[in-house]
Design a protein around this ligand. Structure first.
Ligand code: NAD
Length: 499
């Protein structure tokens, strides 16, 4: 990691749409401003895709699909490996771009996001020629086997919280399985997706296999979700927009995969390794300014250790270094937009209106050097399980604390929300670890750690956190259809209608 980073945003940024291997302007000429969340300054204006641009990108992907899906799988894998190498070689530039665009501290983009991005492309590159079907035992005289075939053209729609990483989560398994992609990044943070498109062009992906079209959700996103030429939508975003995607998909009954919101319960038992739990719980909520669907945003503390835990946890929260994301010493940057900062701050009043107690934070930092940016102090609020702050996704550095007496009570609280994405527990009891992990209603559970992800491990939720999985072999199943083929190899078998 560089010890100093040039903080002047003078990068040569690609601002056009990437369609059929060309960078082009939007047909209608609309543009959208991209701001630096550290100080609200203008980073660039990007071309904004309208419906005609979506049509062009889908047509390019459709044209590319026959050759791409029939290309030997190891050749597809080789190209994906090359893209991973190109992103890794671009580390200095792309991490700075991501930090400027999103507000993520450079220490995180540089030490976490880039590795996860590259690792996901590499994992899926390796899986490309290992997508096997199976042979099924059926009646004698028949051979039945199941092929996994690509679904076709995949539209990917992603949010603004981990834009670089989401390119890999959505593109890598889709491409490895032989699909062609039209990706719509979030309008707030399109820059690293366009950078990866540029790198894909450099390493030689055939035209139309990857298309990247930043644009508004209500225009480009909606049109993509309704499009008759799209076979699947892979969506990451909020639960309300997830519902709209399901409705829009009904035009041609395309497949839908939904990675939606979360309200993760992070349970600390009285037999937990306490210092590890304090540090891990801070990472669970304050990493990426709490803008993570899998954030541990509900801290549930056993009453016996609650006071001791809170004393340490509040002290840690107050010591987190907030500042310019490009400063390598910064541990927490700004939120990604002014609108989102205002929404997060509004939850302080929501909490106190219902009797919640703000233990620290709850406001913007009182620092002149951060006054123009979208900063929020690490916030800890003691609240009751049914309060709005314990039920609604705040999506910021805002954690609720609730005390519990025993396992039965904590499971009721943990499972008492509409979401079911991630959850965790801290305990030194192996039996409790297994027992409670099995009972938490969620797609992922972490024991004595939090927010671990890996390309081989399936990522996704249950309930109103959505369905389908990113990563793991499970994602390959989500990007392929099972085709059952029957062969009659016994000429003696009589047909039903014999004349
Ligand atoms: P959002 O739902 O507002 O937007 C997500 C994407 O959908 C954006 O690209 C947006 O332009 C697009 N969009 C908006 N309206 C659309 C429409 N009508 N049709 C099609 N596309 C449309 O979410 P956000 O505010 O960008 O991101 C935050 C949300 O994402 C949070 O709820 C968070 O939990 C969720 N999220 C989930 C995961 C996960 O894997 N489960 C990961 C990260 C974020």
């Amino acid at each position: 990691m560089p010890t100093t980073v040039d903080v002047t945003p003078t990068l040569d940024i690609e601002t056009r749409l990437f369609i059929n291997n060309q960078f082009v302007n939007a047909v209608d000429g609309h543009t959208c401003k991209v701001l630096n969340p550290h100080d609200g300054s203008l980073l660039c204006e990007i071309q904004e895709a309208g419906t005609k641009d979506v049509d062009a990108a889908v047509a390019a992907a459709r044209n590319a699909f026959p050759a791409w899906s029939k290309m030997p799988a190891n050749e597809r894998g080789k190209l994906i490996y090359k893209l991973a190498d190109a992103i890794e070689a671009d580390r200095e530039y792309i991490c700075k771009l991501e930090s400027l665009d999103t507000g993520h501290p450079i220490r995180d983009t540089y030490n976490l996001d880039i590795f996860r991005t590259v690792a996901t492309f590499r994992y899926m590159a390796g899986i490309a020629d290992k997508i096997d079907g199976r042979v099924v035992q059926v009646d004698p005289g028949f051979h039945n086997f199941v092929l996994r075939q690509p679904v076709g053209v995949v539209g990917s729609i992603v949010p603004w919280n981990f834009p670089m990483m989401f390119v890999s989560w959505k593109l890598a398994p889709a491409l490895a399985a032989g699909n062609c992609c039209v990706m719509k990044p979030a309008e707030l943070t399109p820059l690293t997706a366009l950078r990866i498109a540029k790198l894909a062009q450099n390493v030689g992906f055939p035209p139309g296999v990857i298309n990247v079209i930043p644009g508004r959700g209500s225009v480009a996103g909606q049109h993509l979700a309704e499009h008759m030429g799209v076979d699947k939508i892979a969506f990451t975003g909020s639960t309300p927009v997830g519902r709209k995607i399901v409705q829009a998909s009904s035009t041609n009954l395309k497949r839908v995969q939904l990675e939606l919101g979360g309200k993760g319960a992070n349970i600390v038992f009285d037999d937990a390794p306490l210092d590890a739990a304090v540090g891990g719980s801070a990472f669970a909520i304050f990493h990426n300014q709490g803008q993570a669907c899998i954030a541990g945003s509900r801290l549930l503390l056993h009453e016996k250790i609650a006071d001791e835990f809170l004393e340490k946890f509040i002290k840690l929260a107050k010591s987190i270094k907030q500042g310019n994301p490009l400063d390598p010493a910064t541990e927490m940057g700004p939120l990604t937009s002014a609108g989102h900062r205002d929404k997060v701050l509004s939850y302080s009043k929501v909490a106190t209106d219902e009797g919640g107690k703000i233990l620290t934070g709850g406001k913007a930092p009182n620092r002149e050097d951060l006054a123009q940016g979208y900063y929020v102090e690490p916030t800890i609020v003691e609240a009751k399980p049914n309060d709005r702050v314990c039920q609604e996704e705040v999506f910021g550095p805002f954690v609720t604390v609730t005390r519990f007496k025993d396992e039965a009570e904590v499971l009721k609280i943990a499972n008492g929300v509409i979401y079911g994405l991630g959850g965790g527990l801290w305990t030194n009891s192996l039996q409790r670890a297994h027992r409670v992990a099995a009972e938490i209603r969620s797609g992922m559970v972490w024991v004595n750690c939090y927010k671990r992800v890996s390309p081989g491990s399936p990522f996704g939720g249950v309930g109103e956190s959505g369905y389908g999985r990113d990563m793991g072999v499970e994602s390959i199943h989500d990007y392929t259809d099972a085709k059952s083929i029957w062969i009659n190899y016994d000429a003696q078998i009589p047909p039903f209608y014999k004349r």
